[in-house]
Unconditional design. Structure first.
Lengths: 339, 292
């Protein structure tokens, strides 16, 4: 089937843009990995990477580079990828520029699971992460079940809003019940961080995110058809109910574990697809893979900033993404107002 | 190194027996750590109380006392400190409150070859004494430092002996940094402080909870224990006591408000004797404050 919504205006070639973004990501990742609170001479990096270092400082540097910094840069890439591609899919499905993965309850459901684990159970990622994942799946499932009765996507969207409000209320209840120590943990969890990065975590998340992202990318034709309208997409032969179910399930499965590991990292899923759309156009064949790469770039950059602006302490990454994302959204709204 | 030890080193022959004794003690313990990062406000206070401030190369955000600690490099809040930030200070010892974390970050420190010693944090006298011992042992203190540790424990023991008073005043521990009143209940550090001082907490729920003006009035406290920042936010003791709810209590009418520095009230650290003295002075008068 041909793409029903091929952009008219000449845009830069898809392959060229994706190659440029991929190169930019690679360069940025190397820069982020070579730079941090610990000053490691740039010239020593190759030797340290491949284990040839024998100097007095080399053992410590190697440890920092390989066990602390590298998994963290990779986690930023994995998380940024997943959040941005999910955001693009949600905006396509709901035909709404303000849609993001959190809309269907993934983020606040996950937060609720984490908060419940912190207040009721034992702290520690081993308890918090599964509980957060369960929370995000449950919230999304509920939103989908309750909102899916009506045709179209408005029902799911409204149910998502209601479930989010409910989650926020229960989080409030837990927060009110929490003791001082728990309260501190809650605050830091809500601000989001990639500090949990480790090799096993990256090894578990990377294939998961890659596989689910590819499954989302496969639906680019249907997402293009949705640009015309829900009814038009159905007339073009896309089964809307099945598409809706598939996208919601994929996004929940994709974003749930990310929220569980990093806490809520705002705005990447919302802002990155817009950035891409403004420069590349709305053709999802280019929009989805480009969002994926720009998401990885954005989060790698944000985490790099988070690590180096307040050395030797760290700024929560959620603050940095929202600090950049908030003004961007305002600008977007202002533009929409004048257009 | 102390002056005495330095003197001993200069005249080894004169002090041979003492020197061998000192060497023997050193052989048992590894070399004293010189670059220490402290994660936790009370941990930093203990290091300070033991006279080992000069070994600190980094602290966390909650390390506000002594003021000199605020000038040291900060590695973030102790519950979510930055691993690489700590490592970049090249510590040979990290003293971490048992609330410090995340656990994963502590593991990474250990994996990088840094000695990590956990320090008890519960607001109880035995835990505090234990944490003083833990820090003293981890720092491999010299004779001077050990004497300080002993003196600190002696003061703690003396200050926390139960004292019989004619009355046990009912006290509400209130803070209000934003205009909303908050009470401290069971399990909190100020509750432990108040109980040791001989008062009864008029607020019985666990932890810190928002409390309405009506509930403050209903609690009928004889005195109110609060912090410098809360008084500052209210605009003075008179304004604090005149707040709705507070004004209707016996404490409010008599303006019986005991004001402690925030860190002293919330910390439950090595300055506990000082905090107890201030609370007792407020409850029973200056004469009763100092234990014999």
């Amino acid at each position: 089937m041909a793409s029903p919504a091929t952009p008219r205006r000449r845009r830069p070639g898809r392959a060229a843009v994706l190659a440029a973004l991929g190169t930019a990501l690679l360069v940025l990742a190397l820069a982020a990995a070579s730079n941090g609170a610990m000053r490691i001479p740039f010239s020593r990096l190759p030797a340290l990477m491949f284990g040839a270092g024998t100097g007095a400082e080399d053992a410590l540097w190697r440890n920092v580079l390989l066990q602390v910094r590298l998994p963290r840069v990779l986690l930023a890439i994995v998380v940024g990828t997943g959040l941005a591609v999910s955001g693009a899919a949600m905006q396509a499905l709901f035909r709404n520029p303000l849609a993001e993965p959190g809309l269907i309850g993934v983020s606040l459901g996950g937060a609720l699971g984490a908060v419940a684990a912190i207040v009721l159970g034992a702290p520690g990622l081993a308890v918090i992460a599964p509980s957060a994942f369960a929370g995000s799946l449950a919230a999304t499932l509920l939103a989908y079940r309750l909102g899916g009765r009506s045709t179209g996507v408005a029902g799911v969207l409204l149910a998502g809003v209601a479930i989010n409000a409910l989650c926020a209320a229960v989080i409030g209840l837990f927060t009110w019940q929490a003791n001082d120590a728990q309260l501190r943990s809650l605050t830091f969890w809500n601000l989001g961080s990639l500090a949990a990065a480790s090799w096993p975590l990256v090894a578990a998340l990377a294939p998961w995110v890659a596989a689910l992202s590819l499954l989302l990318l496969r639906d680019w034709r249907a997402m293009n058809a949705l640009l015309l309208g829900e009814r038009e997409a159905q007339h073009l032969g896309f089964a809307l109910a099945a598409l809706r179910r598939r996208l919601v399930v994929l996004v929940a499965l994709l974003v749930g574990p990310l929220v569980a590991v990093t806490g809520t990292i705002g705005f990447v899923g919302l802002v990155v697809p817009h950035l891409v759309r403004l420069t590349l156009g709305a053709d999802h064949r280019a929009l989805l893979p480009a969002s994926l790469l720009v998401g990885a770039i954005a989060l790698t950059l944000a985490d790099w900033l988070a690590r180096i602006v307040a050395v030797p302490s760290e700024v929560p990454i959620g603050i940095i993404t929202s600090l950049v994302g908030g003004p961007f959204l305002l600008w977007l709204l202002a533009r929409r107002g004048t257009a | 190194m102390t002056d005495r030890a330095r003197m001993l080193r200069r005249r080894p022959l004169l002090a041979l027996p003492l020197l061998t004794a000192a060497l023997g003690a050193h052989a048992a313990a590894p070399a004293a750590p010189r670059r220490v990062v402290s994660l936790g406000g009370v941990v930093t206070e203990i290091v300070h109380a033991l006279g080992a401030d000069d070994r600190l190369v980094g602290v966390d955000q909650s390390s506000l006392h002594p003021p000199a600690a605020r000038a040291l490099p900060q590695v973030g809040y102790f519950r979510s400190f930055a691993v690489e930030g700590v490592l970049s200070l090249r510590p040979d010892l990290v003293l971490a409150s048992d609330q410090a974390g995340p656990p994963h970050a502590l593991q990474q420190l250990r994996a990088a070859g840094v000695a990590v010693v956990m320090v008890a944090s519960a607001p109880e006298v035995p835990a505090l004494e234990q944490s003083i011992d833990t820090v003293a042992a981890a720092l491999a203190l010299d004779a001077d430092g050990l004497a300080r540790a002993r003196e600190l424990r002696r003061q703690l023991d003396a200050a926390t002996q139960p004292v019989a008073h004619a009355s046990q005043p009912r006290v509400l521990i209130l803070s209000s940094h934003t205009g909303r009143l908050q009470a401290a209940g069971e399990g909190s550090a100020p509750h432990a402080l108040l109980t040791l001082a001989g008062g009864i907490n008029a607020f019985t729920q666990p932890g810190y909870k928002a409390i309405s003006a009506e509930a403050v009035a209903a609690a009928r406290p004889d005195a109110i224990l609060t912090s410098t920042l809360s008084i500052h936010a209210a605009g003075g003791v008179a304004a604090f006591a005149a707040q709705p709810g507070v004004a209707m209590t016996p404490a409010g009418r008599a303006q019986r408000v005991i004001v402690l520095d925030d860190l002293l009230l919330l910390g439950f650290g090595p300055r506990l004797p000082q905090a107890l003295e201030q609370v007792r002075a407020g409850l029973f008068g200056a004469a009763a404050a100092r234990p014999s």
